[in-house]
Design a protein around this ligand. Structure first.
Ligand code: COI
Length: 331
């Protein structure tokens, strides 16, 4: 096979070399850049591409160029398919695959970690202690996780893994998903979204981003949530209206936010800013709040997940090129 790998990160390099070693007949090349209008020409003469990026691949010109260059398979080394236009891929005869099972636990555990940090008020304590204040004020008294109701929005592989984790810790878990899944009954109660928003102490998002759920959590939802509720976003930044979130946090309409993703992150996460003053205001504001904890879209960033993402996506490319159905074809 002839495959071009985009956005190869330093930690993926050894997997690239391993694949190359084990598949002497393959021609694989890589770049550290994402697939864009500017880089699509690199794919000339290749059969498939592998991408992992937050930059959108929505421009028809890119799909046309891919098809003209001979690309038959676009493998996404991530779960979220919101970066691609599936209709355009189909129009140009390009098979799309993703890697939905690389490690649901990696994402679910990151959410749990953020939720626990906020539940036990570590951000407040840490900030006070840096100023030499080691007291335990009454407003920082917290609670145990087994006394909490946790609401999981989106019960695919990752949401289900999160539900099982919280259930194992003794929390009452409620979940919302348009699709009912009886196998989750031992871990949670299915509820409608409104009930979840009103009753959960911790709300964790594991729902794919679509054009219909942008800003799904906005001023109205924050107003409906409990005053000390924690929101955890491990999915896509656009699910939350960031400005409304900042207001809700500032005015204690909700208790805290754990964010692994944030609107506009493709220009921020993964980069180092020498001048923090040049960061967008929303980022600076959120990072400095004691009731916010953030990670730079690193929930996926575990040894097992990174390895699986690479090998599962290459395996699916190979299957398509061998005339078999891709295991994780997205339709
Ligand atoms: C995904 O797998 O969808 C992610 O969010 C991780 C990624 C963009 C590397």
């Amino acid at each position: 096979m002839k495959a071009y790998v985009f956005s190869l990160s330093p930690v993926e390099e050894r997997f690239f070399l391993e694949w190359e070693d084990q598949h002497a007949d393959d021609e694989i090349k890589y770049t550290t850049s994402p697939l864009t209008d500017d880089t699509v020409d690199l794919t000339k003469g290749f059969d498939a591409v592998s991408v992992q990026q937050m930059e959108q691949i929505k421009d028809e010109k890119i799909y046309k160029a891919l098809a003209d260059n001979g690309i038959k398979h676009l493998a996404i080394r991530q779960v979220g398919v919101d970066i691609v236009d599936l209709k355009l891929a189909k129009k140009y005869g390009i098979v799309v695959s993703n890697v939905p099972a690389y490690s649901p636990r990696a994402i679910a555990e990151n959410g749990l970690t953020g939720a626990m940090y906020l539940l036990r008020k570590w951000g407040y304590y840490h900030r006070k202690m840096r100023r030499g204040d080691f007291t335990r004020p009454v407003e920082l008294m917290s609670d145990e996780i087994f006394n909490q109701t946790v609401g999981i929005v989106g019960l695919g592989r990752i949401g289900s893994a999160a539900a099982e984790l919280y259930h194992a810790l003794g929390a009452r878990v409620i979940g919302y998903d348009p699709v009912y899944n009886a196998s989750l009954e031992p871990f949670l109660d299915f509820v409608d979204l409104e009930t979840l928003i009103k009753t959960a102490d911790i709300i964790q998002l594991h729902i794919p981003l679509t054009k219909d759920n942008v800003g799904m959590f906005s001023a109205n939802e924050f107003a409906e949530m409990k005053d000390d509720a924690i929101i955890v976003n491990e999915s896509r930044g656009e699910l939350i209206d960031t400005k409304a979130l900042i207001v809700a946090l500032k005015y204690h309409e909700i208790g805290g936010a754990a964010l692994d993703v944030l609107e506009g992150e493709s220009k921020i996460f993964g980069r180092k800013f020498e001048d923090v003053g040049s960061l967008p205001e929303d980022y600076t504001e959120l990072i400095n709040m004691p009731n916010v904890v953030m990670s730079p879209h690193s929930a996926y960033y575990t040894k097992m997940a990174v390895k699986n993402m690479f090998f599962q996506s290459m395996t699916d490319i190979q299957r398509t090129l061998d005339g078999q159905a891709a295991i994780f074809q997205v339709k």
